[in-house]
Write a protein that binds this ligand. Structure first.
Ligand code: 5GP
Ligand code: ZN
Length: 116
């Protein structure tokens, strides 16, 4: 738990979040500014700032985040139609909140982002 981290506070239920899935390892809640009809953030329950701080011992946790995303996609009814999973890392990667999170987006045909 990082005292000044908004996602740690949502995990700890200190501030409201629309939680759609939670287990021992991860919590998933709706993005406050959805970029798609379904936009859920899957975060580790422990504070990891970004992919840059992930290490060997977090391998299972990273897998758990993806398994939770798969489950939420099924729950939300978008598994068959398809969805996108994204992890923004660092300033140039577009990361704004420094608690690792996996974006699950779907519910419409998503455009392919331009990277140049
Ligand atoms: P990033 O740009 O760091 O990959 O994504 C951060 C995401 O967190 C953004 O999509 C933003 O809308 C979302 N977000 C920021 N603050 C909050 C919050 O307080 N609650 C929720 N549910 N989402 C948030
Ligand atoms: Zn945190």
């Amino acid at each position: 738990m990082s005292d000044d981290c908004i996602f740690c506070k949502i995990v700890a239920k200190e501030i409201p979040g629309e939680i759609v899935y939670a287990d021992e390892y991860v919590t998933a809640f709706r993005d406050i500014q959805p970029a798609a009809p379904v936009h859920v953030l899957i975060v580790p329950n422990k504070h990891i700032p970004s992919m840059n701080e992930v290490d060997e011992e977090d391998a299972v946790l990273i897998g758990r985040m993806h398994l939770a995303a798969k489950q939420v996609a099924e729950q939300e009814g978008i598994a068959e139609r398809g969805y996108r999973l994204v992890i923004n890392t660092g300033d140039e990667g577009g990361q704004v909140v420094y608690h690792l999170h996996l974006h699950l987006m779907g519910g419409k045909k998503l455009s392919i982002p331009k990277y140049n």
